[in-house]
Design a protein around this ligand. Structure first.
Ligand SMILES: [Zn+2]
Ligand SMILES: [Zn+2]
Length: 293
């Protein structure tokens, strides 16, 4: 059984529709697929229909932009009630923050002599719930300023770049609580990715988050080298956290993240799903079912 629990569509910054994502997953031999667009559930309904047709089991989730001890952290929230008021309000705040960041980013690029219009970015963003840096990066690629998104982030848009603008992100500990209140389970995405600062997500930090209700950590991710994965695996075992693995697929929006390039062990998925069942019961919320397959 092949399980890929972290993927994106064009409802955030991926390049395929939810339907195409599910089809591509089927073609890649994926049996269980996690859909986790950034800060939105907009792709859920379409993906669920496609999952029924393609007989792929779909685990609906969200990759929530959070902050912990001053650093950006991505939190994978699986199977929460998408209508929980606190969750809805917080996702709205994050999406508003991202849209508000765009004009400021374009101003900074302009100061560097690079003119990008909001309309160019909007055209490239298509059906996305929010226009974000990946779409600005696409505009820079279209103009021939950079070769690809990665270069755009390295040279301009990343935290060290001259066009970087800070934006609102949810408090990580509070969000773990909100996800639980919405009947879902939380997994930290790529906690030790090279490009993110992760000083606060050390053994003590992860222990504190586990105590606050964190269910798991994403161990097998392209941004973790083999030694990092081994260390994280050891720590997850110590803290009794679920270990997941996933591609972080973005269609053609991110190279070297093909569907199924990392996968989750079936026993770990079962642990995650039983924690999710407990969470939904404890919260008394109506949560999305795992459909398809
Ligand atoms: Zn991420
Ligand atoms: Zn992601």
């Amino acid at each position: 059984m092949r399980i890929d629990l972290h993927t994106h569509t064009d409802r955030s910054d991926g390049t395929t529709s939810p339907t195409e994502l599910v089809r591509n997953a089927r073609a890649a031999g994926i049996d269980v697929l996690g859909l986790t667009d950034h800060d939105t559930t907009e792709g859920w309904a379409e993906a669920a229909q496609a999952a029924e047709r393609e007989a792929v089991r779909l685990v609906r989730g969200i990759e929530v932009s959070c902050r912990y001890a001053g650093a950006g952290v991505h939190l994978l929230a699986y199977l929460p009630d998408p209508d929980h008021p606190d969750l809805v309000a917080e996702l709205e705040r994050v999406l508003d923050g991202r849209n508000a960041r765009l004009p400021a980013t374009l101003e900074r690029l302009s100061a560097l002599g690079i003119e990008v219009e909001v309309d160019e970015v909007r055209a490239l963003a298509g059906d996305a719930a929010a226009m974000g840096r990946p779409h600005v990066a696409d505009a820079l690629v279209a103009q021939g300023v950079v070769r690809d998104r990665a270069e755009a982030f390295d040279r301009f848009l990343g935290p060290q770049g001259p066009a970087y603008v800070n934006r609102y992100a949810a408090d990580l500990v509070a969000m773990v609580g909100t996800v639980a209140a919405a009947g879902g389970v939380s997994v930290i995405a790529h906690p030790w990715a090279r490009r993110h600062r992760h000083d606060a997500l050390d053994a003590d930090g992860l222990a504190a988050l586990a105590a606050a209700g964190l269910a798991g950590v994403e161990v097998d991710h392209q941004d973790h080298d083999p030694a990092t994965r081994e260390r994280l695996r050891g720590l997850a075992r110590e803290l009794d956290l679920v270990m997941t693995g996933a591609s972080d697929y973005h269609g053609t929006g991110k190279v070297d993240h093909e569907l199924g390039c990392n996968t989750t062990d079936p026993a770990e998925l079962e642990r995650l799903l039983s924690l999710a069942a407990e969470a939904s019961q404890a919260a008394g919320r109506v949560v999305p079912e795992v459909v398809g397959g």
